[in-house]
Write a protein that binds this ligand. Structure first.
Ligand SMILES: [Zn+2]
Ligand SMILES: [Zn+2]
Length: 613
């Protein structure tokens, strides 16, 4: 096997492989769906729901399938399956935070249909690291299915919080794996390789299959001076590439459009130290992601250097600090910590608060502080807030609102636009190229990114010598079949639509969201009319009720005219011998819609209610 892989890499491809690869790269991707009515520019193309799915053909013995259920064409809900002999190994099971246009939606999950269909064949889930876009959907999937999970102690500790909250701990088994450990999970021989990222103890994974090694980068960057000294183990990746060959590389594309090299996390510590020096004598509040243990460490180090007492604010910060200290990943002496409820007697000049809310989440501790509604802390002029983070796309407006609120109080706000108080956790171009050069993959599929991130990453792959037709840009729902001849891509082979969480999961469809958008943007017009279909007469109404179209008390004339228009159309329908409710509804909807559009240039939702006498 290795010899064939290496020869293919060297460009001396077997004819069969090139035929297959042609088929795969030449396979026409179904066109992006036409814009839904009510959709807006900039809205993502929704991945395939159950309709439009074309399953891949049965696979020959010894073939390996890779299926993408989420994370390709979006940042979030990362979830992939590797399949051998019908046994499935999951790589991550994450959630996504909703776009602004997903009104009322709390979370978005991967489509679990394919996993449901193969419920008895899931041998486990590898959690590459502890971020919610990689582990957050487990607490939903485990309601229906049961399988063991594998990851570092911190990763599983972070995942456990959510799974326990959902009361599902008994549905899984938490298997802690160590750096460099090799584990047999079902038919898969998996090796866990350390990588640096914005949460400690993340892994890349080498999965040995009958079709060679599948290498998954996890979320990673090449931090040569990480806070904990735990380096991305490029040496091990190189040695696997050298000895066994990497048949397929799946790698993080988040920053593949960004030139250069990411900054080391440890450079942030120096900036924080300087700021703590500058603001000596003032109360300091910092925010960062609650799982960013190394950032918390560097904030705490700066605080301790300037003799401050440390308090955490926000439940997830409190929980994660506790977990990381228990695991020995966070070094803050007990004597330095104080509960936020007991900081009133601490001299503000000697206090540091580490808070949640770095993304401007409306109900977070920081947002409440900005609105002066935080029960533990009232900010005043002279306080300093350091936002040690960068807004995730989509959160900019909320973050700006929080910065404004704080500024209005007289607080000095330091954010990543002012000082280098943040470093990304994802590999930029030069690091992506380093990984490609070290792993020398035979085939390359960019993962974890919006479409343009993956396309940029694909270009880097080709630039680094992966043959043009062996770089595949895939999307959610796509399935790869790896056999002796190469890799064939089957677009939209499994359902991969969005599963929306709004209260109870599963009852919000795209149709519901479309309605919500129309209601939010244009309002609703309800036309109520009572008719006698046998005599063809209007008994009551039409009565027009509206919310969000015009303000009814000030628009009586308009409503009367609309009612008149509808009355005319019903009469016309009766003259044309309409006797069924559907026809009358159609007439009413059309007449009211036309009137509304002509007189106000708006398109509210029209709801005809026809009552039969
Ligand atoms: Zn991550
Ligand atoms: Zn991620």
């Amino acid at each position: 096997m290795p010899s064939r892989e290496r020869s293919a890499k060297a460009g001396a491809k077997a004819p069969a492989a090139s035929a297959t690869s042609k088929k795969s790269s030449g396979a026409k991707r179904p066109k992006a769906k036409s814009k839904e009515k009510g959709s807006r520019p900039g809205q993502r193309n929704r991945p395939a729901a159950t309709s439009g799915v074309v399953p891949s053909p049965p696979t020959p013995d010894g073939a390996v399938k890779v299926t993408f259920l989420g994370g390709l064409n979006e940042i979030g809900r990362n979830c992939a399956c590797v399949e051998v002999d019908g046994k499935i190994l999951l790589i991550d099971c994450g959630l996504m935070f909703p776009d602004m246009d997903m009104l009322g939606i709390d979370l978005v999950l991967p489509d679990f249909e394919y996993l449901r269909q193969n419920a008895d064949n899931i041998v486990g889930c590898i959690c590459t690291h502890g971020h919610e876009d990689h582990t957050g959907a487990l607490s939903f999937l485990l309601r229906e299915l049961s399988f063991p999970i594998f990851g570092s102690a911190l990763t599983l500790g972070l995942a456990r919080n959510r799974i326990e909250e959902a009361g599902l701990s008994s549905r899984t088994e938490f298997n802690v794996v160590k750096d460099g450990e090799r584990r047999q999970i079902g038919p898969f021989d998996c090796e866990f390789i350390p990588v640096t990222h914005s949460v400690p103890h993340g892994f890349a994974t080498a999965i040995r299959t009958p079709q060679g090694v599948i290498m998954h980068s996890g979320d990673w960057k090449l931090d040569l001076t990480p806070v904990d000294g735990r380096l991305t183990d490029l040496t091990r990746m190189g040695s696997i590439a050298d000895q066994e060959g990497v048949r397929l590389l799946l790698a993080d594309s988040t920053n593949a459009c960004e030139k250069g090299h990411s900054r080391s996390e440890s450079t942030v510590g120096k900036v924080l130290y300087d700021l703590f020096h500058e603001f000596e004598g003032q109360r300091i509040i910092t925010t960062c992601f609650a799982s960013h243990v190394h950032r918390v460490q560097q904030i705490a180090d700066a605080a301790i250097a300037f003799d401050r007492t440390i308090a955490t604010m926000g439940l997830s910060m409190k929980k994660n600090v506790k977990l990381a200290r228990e695991l020995g990943l966070l070094d803050i002496p007990e004597s330095r910590l104080r509960d936020i409820a007991e900081v009133k007697d601490v001299d503000p000049a000697k206090l540091l608060v580490i808070s949640t809310g770095s993304q401007g989440e409306p109900m977070s501790a920081l947002s409440l502080m900005a609105a002066n509604e935080n029960k533990f802390l009232t900010l005043t002029e002279g306080d300093v807030v350091i936002m040690s983070s960068h807004p995730i796309p989509g959160n900019e407006a909320n973050v700006t609102k929080v910065i404004d609120g704080l500024t209005r109080i007289g607080v000095e706000v330091i954010h990543s636009g002012i000082e280098d108080v943040h470093a990304t956790g994802h590999a930029k171009k030069e690091e992506c190229k380093t990984l490609l050069s070290i792993t020398e993959p035979e085939w390359f599929v960019p993962v974890h990114g919006e479409y343009h991130h993956m396309a940029a990453h694909a270009r880097l792959g080709r630039q680094m010598g992966v043959p043009e037709d062996q770089v595949l840009v895939c999307e959610d729902g796509d399935q790869l079949i790896i056999d002796d001849d190469g890799i064939t891509r089957y677009p939209k082979a499994v359902p991969a639509g969005y599963l929306y969480v709004d209260g109870i999961v599963g009852d919000v469809s795209d149709g519901v969201l479309r309605d919500r958008r129309v209601l939010a943007e244009e309002g609703v017009v309800v036309v109520i009319v009572g008719v006698d279909v046998t005599s063809g007469a209007i008994i009551t109404g039409p009565e027009i009720i509206t919310r969000g179209w015009v303000y009814a008390p000030e628009a009586e004339d308009l409503l009367d005219q609309c009612a008149e228009e509808v009355r005319g159309s019903i009469k016309e329908a009766f003259q044309n011998d309409a006797t069924d409710i559907e026809t009358l509804q159609r007439h009413v909807r059309r007449a009211a819609g036309r009137f509304v559009a002509a007189n106000t240039k708006r398109r509210p939702m029209i709801v005809p209610v026809i009552m039969e006498a």
